[in-house]
Design a protein around this ligand. Structure first.
Ligand code: TXA
Ligand code: MG
Length: 340
């Protein structure tokens, strides 16, 4: 069968079809790196059982070695190969939310590579809700470790073009798709301690977890304190566009006036200002639509950079539902938070 092969700087572009998934699976099995779509963001996958391949992930992304990786599964049967002493809650949550945007932190299996867990005694696992992703894991026959497929520190990729912008030439292949419908990473829930705790708010709202568990679920208190992270990844400044982002918090009317004033002032001085989720110019979203904002946030941040924006203004949004994850990303992306 002849298949026209397209490459960008040596990175193979694969279609989202059966034949291409087989090629991608072969690359994973032979220790290579494949970027694949999930319902949250693109992942940069390697066999979770291959140390050499895992090391390549850290090199390609420029990822600090003490930041552990999420292991992606296509079946709950694979849980025992990476985790042990799995609590009952994990099975309850898996049956309610998998496949879906929930990563659960569980005690790690004894033979788990320290590169996956970054030396912790735990492992984060999730089953993505995306056909190509599930098919890739299944065809590869191994659990796939995958961080987001961006350079460390830049906004997570929600299309294959974003992946190529960051990683063309340093990964073997990318599966082309534009189906990261949620647009923000999974919720990371720690089930390895005495009570469930959210380490990273994400695509699965806290309220949904509480409804199924029948109890309050705490959000790690260290979310906004980089010096005492509960999840290693939380101490790094993530999600950052090149242009400085200023987040305006406070009551709606005052926020509105502040954004308007700052915007006018800066544009009169000749600066190019990107307005994110503000009522002043409904650039990409408005407060009421958290789903839309989540789905477009990273794309907008990357677009502002491509347009050469000097500064980005964003407004506080609600802290319920997806809003919790959006506010977490905005706070981490911000160089300054102004309370009005
Ligand atoms: O939606 C997602 O979760 C995407 C897609 C590709 O699945 N993946 C993703 O991976 O966002 P990454 O590596 O960018 O973020 C993983 C987060 C980091 O904050 C990391 O520190 C945390 O999960 N994490 C991973 N394993 C952990 C563990 N054993 N204990 C605590 N936190 C862990
Ligand atoms: Mg990431």
């Amino acid at each position: 069968m002849s298949r026209s092969v397209k490459r960008v700087k040596g990175t193979l572009l694969l279609r989202d079809d059966r034949g291409s998934i087989k090629i991608a699976a072969k690359i994973i099995q032979s220790g290579g790196l494949v970027a694949f779509p999930t319902e949250t963001v693109y992942g940069l996958g390697a066999s979770a059982m291959n140390e050499k391949a895992l090391r390549k992930i850290f090199t390609a992304k420029g990822r600090p070695p003490d930041n552990p990786l999420i292991v992606h599964l296509s079946s709950t049967k694979q849980l025992d190969s990476v985790a042990r002493n799995i609590p009952r809650e994990a099975y309850i949550l898996a049956s309610a939310f998998w496949p879906g945007p929930l990563s659960m932190v569980l005690p790690g299996a004894d033979n788990l590579s320290p590169l996956v867990s970054a030396g912790l005694k735990t492992v984060a696992v999730r089953m993505p809700d995306q056909k190509a992703a599930l098919s890739l894991i299944e065809t590869s026959g191994v659990p796939i470790a995958a961080p987001s497929a961006n350079l460390s520190g830049s906004p997570s990729p929600t299309t294959y073009r974003h992946v190529l912008d960051d990683l063309a030439g340093s990964i073997d292949a990318v599966i082309m798709s534009n189906s990261c419908t949620i647009g923000l990473e999974s919720t990371v829930l720690d089930l390895s301690g005495p009570s469930p705790i959210i380490l990273r708010p994400g695509g699965l709202p806290r309220e949904d977890l509480e409804a199924v568990l029948g109890q309050k679920v705490l959000v790690s208190g260290s979310l906004y304190k980089p010096d005492s992270p509960s999840s290693p990844g939380m101490k790094y400044r993530h999600y950052t566009p090149r242009a400085p982002l200023i987040l305006i918090t406070g009551p709606r009317e005052r926020r509105y006036r502040a954004v308007k004033t700052v915007f006018k002032h800066l544009t009169s001085k000749g600066y190019l200002v990107g307005l994110l989720n503000t009522q002043v110019h409904r650039r990409i979203a408005c407060e009421a639509d958290a789903e839309y904002l989540a789905a477009n946030l990273y794309r907008a941040l990357r677009q502002f950079d491509a347009e050469g924006v000097d500064l980005i203004l964003a407004e506080e949004t609600v802290s319920t539902g997806l809003g919790l994850a959006i506010m977490n990303r905005l706070r981490k992306a911000a160089v300054r938070i102004i309370k009005v």
